[in-house]
Design a protein around this ligand. Structure first.
Ligand code: FEO
Length: 400
């Protein structure tokens, strides 16, 4: 028995750390890296839960063999098919040709489509059980968290939930993997960033999954990214619950673009007045410098959002436009929205941000501010009015 890999009962951690990749999904920075978690249940029937990115297969196989030696694996349970977890399915099948792949109706077409793998498989339905010996597994379909085939596997013997991406976060596991044995500081913000970037659009399916799993006696959460949760289950489930309800703290994100600093001065004037009005959480992002990943994280964190952009080629400044598209894609709800913009000879940014405001269905506060070329007394006054309207709206919630 290798104590260093043991999670609980006969369940072992066999995941890997990726400190090489710069951008997750080709978009989201990984300053602390990311782990791809997989679990091996060394029971009467041996089962592997999810796999890892194929680049790490040699390390992964070594971890598996250090626990079970040359013994076979009976089951490969696939909770989620995104290739950061399914990438080693084909190689696992090559090394363990008799393995039975366990998935739901949505899973097997994807396995064949991505990897050309078919053969021995076991299709499970919501609530089906799979006894392994000591551990008894039960499957819960949780579609669209955040792909259609996503499901979770619950070990009824020891209360261990294999949750797929749910409750996961960015950040490698440096040394230990149990939350009780590692410093968790870096993971909390990385959890919000992971959720808002990857899962953000799917608040309703996450809520349905939480309702479905709510009555299970969960002692341990084994996600596919980040720590194994034992001591912090209430906190972690609470974070996912709040984020998927689009609940947020009092505060304002000011996300703006600026080529020569004039539009930025509008942002500064708004921020200054927000502060004067007693709003403490003000996060300013120059979209040309802040990666959208972090701006989205803060938008999921705070209730106020003020966006600003110069006019560029008769459109919204493209860097801001790209952010607005990402906000729309996530169908962010429950935010108060204000906007401002500028132009040199013909205004377009403010008008087009009005179209964004309509599409977003967010609650508009204050009058949009439009500036020609540079700040005037009137612009300061209008920016102050917008800030006061936002502060007033946020303060109305203080008594709720
Ligand atoms: Fe970590 Fe949705 O894959």
């Amino acid at each position: 028995m290798n104590e260093k890999t043991l999670v609980k009962g006969k369940i072992h951690y066999v995941g890997v750390n990726d400190r090489n990749k710069h951008l997750f999904e080709g978009m989201w920075p990984l300053p602390y890296g990311v782990s791809y978690n997989s679990y091996l249940i060394d029971d009467g029937q041996v089962a592997l839960v999810d796999t890892v990115d194929a680049c790490f297969f040699e390390v992964y196989l070594h971890k598996i063999r250090s626990i079970i030696g040359d013994r076979p694996i009976q089951y490969l349970i696939i909770n989620h098919m995104e290739p950061d977890h399914s990438g080693s399915i084909s190689l696992i099948r090559q090394y363990y040709p008799d393995i039975t792949i366990v998935g739901n109706k949505q899973t097997f077409g994807m396995i064949e489509g991505f990897y050309g793998v078919s053969g021995k498989c076991l299709e499970v339905k919501d609530g089906d059980a799979l006894p392994l010996g000591h551990h008894q597994l039960r499957f819960y379909l949780t579609p669209m968290v955040h792909w259609p085939e996503t499901m979770m596997t619950f070990d009824e013997t020891d209360g261990v939930l294999f949750s797929g991406d749910a409750f996961g976060c960015f950040g490698t596991l440096d040394g230990g993997f149990l939350d009780s044995r590692i410093n968790l500081d870096k993971y909390w913000d990385e959890m919000v960033r992971y959720y808002s970037n990857i899962v953000g659009k799917y608040g309703n399916p996450v809520q349905k999954a939480l309702a479905k799993l709510g009555s299970l006696p969960i002692s341990t959460i084994c996600s596919t990214h980040g720590p194994v949760w034992t001591e912090n289950i209430g906190k972690v489930v609470g974070i996912y619950d709040r984020l998927s309800r689009y609940e947020a703290e009092e505060g304002v994100v000011i996300a703006y673009g600026s080529m020569y600093g004039n539009t930025e001065q509008m942002a500064e004037a708004i921020a200054s007045e927000l502060s004067a009005q007693g709003i403490k959480n003000i996060v300013m992002h120059n979209v040309s410098k802040s990666n959208a990943s972090y701006i989205l994280k803060d938008i999921f964190k705070y209730r106020g959002l003020i966006v600003g952009a110069p006019t560029y080629c008769n459109q919204i400044y493209p860097e801001v436009n790209a952010l607005l598209e990402k906000i729309l894609l996530r169908e962010v709800k429950g935010r108060y929205l204000g906007y401002f913009g500028s132009f040199c000879w013909a205004g377009a940014a403010v008008k087009r941000m009005g179209e964004f405001a309509e599409k977003s269905k967010l609650e508009l506060v204050g009058a949009p501010v439009e500036m020609k070329q540079s700040m005037k007394e009137a612009t300061y006054e209008q920016c102050g009015n917008l800030a006061r309207a936002m502060a007033d709206r946020l303060k109305q919630d203080r008594n709720n």
